[in-house]
Design a protein around this ligand. Structure first.
Ligand SMILES: [Zn+2]
Length: 182
C-alpha cells in the first residue's frame, strides 16, 4: 500500500458496500447479466479512479492474496491516470467489440491479469503462476458474466496466458522486495 500511495497519491481503499456508485453499478450489472453477476458487491475488488473498493471479505483474506489483487488493481490505477475517467468509460463500456484482446474491456483487463500472473510468479514461484486453477479462474473471468461478458473465446485467453508465461520463462520477473516486512 505504501508503494501504491507513493505512485498514485490520494489513493484510498474503501468498503464497497458504503459506496452509492458501487451499489448503482451492482444493480445495473444484475440487470445486464440477467442475474449472472450478482456478486459484484461482496465478491470483487473494483478500482474506480483512485479508489479501490473492497468487499467485506477483503479483511479476512490472506495477505498474499490481497497483495496479488492489489498488483492487479494498481494496473487499473495507472490506466485511469493514463486514459482519464472519460477515456476509461469509453474503453470499458462503449467499445466491447468482439475483436479478441483488442476489445476495450478485455484489453484493459488483460493488462491487469498479466500483472496477476507476474505477482503469483514472484510471490509463490513459477509453478503457482502455471497452476491450472489460476488459469481456469482467469479464463472464467473473461468468458463468463463477471464483467458482463467480454466476447473473448476461452482458447484466446488460454493462448494469451501461455504466451505470457513463455515470455516470463525467458524473462523472469525480478524477486520481490518488502523493505518493511518483518
Ligand atoms: Zn481488473
Amino acid at each position: 500500500m505504501r508503494e501504491i500511495e507513493g505512485r498514485w497519491p490520494g489513493v484510498r481503499v474503501l468498503p464497497k458496500g458504503d459506496s452509492r456508485f458501487c451499489r448503482v453499478i451492482d444493480r445495473a450489472l444484475k440487470i445486464i447479466t440477467f442475474g449472472g453477476q450478482d456478486r459484484f458487491l461482496d465478491g470483487y475488488v473494483t478500482t474506480l479512479g483512485r479508489r479501490i473498493y473492497v468487499p467485506d471479505s477483503w479483511f479476512a483474506m490472506d495477505a498474499g492474496e490481497r497483495y496479488c489483487i492489489l498488483r492487479h488493481e494498481a494496473v487499473h490505477l495507472e490506466q485511469f491516470r493514463r486514459f482519464t475517467w472519460p477515456g476509461m468509460v469509453l474503453l470499458y463500456l462503449l467499445l466491447p467489440l468482439p475483436v479478441g484482446l483488442a476489445g476495450g474491456r478485455a484489453w484493459l483487463e488483460w493488462q491487469g491479469y498479466r500483472e496477476t500472473l507476474d505477482a503469483h510468479w514472484q510471490l509463490y514461484g513459477p509453478a503457482a503462476a502455471h497452476s491450472g486453477a489460476l488459469k481456469k479462474g482467469i479464463v472464467r473471468r473473461f468468458t463468463g458474466p463477471d464483467y458482463a461478458w467480454m466476447w473473448v473465446l476461452g482458447r484466446t485467453i488460454e493462448r494469451a496466458i501461455a504466451r505470457h508465461l513463455a515470455y516470463r520463462e525467458a524473462n523472469p520477473p525480478p524477486p520481490l522486495e518488502f523493505p518493511d516486512a518483518r
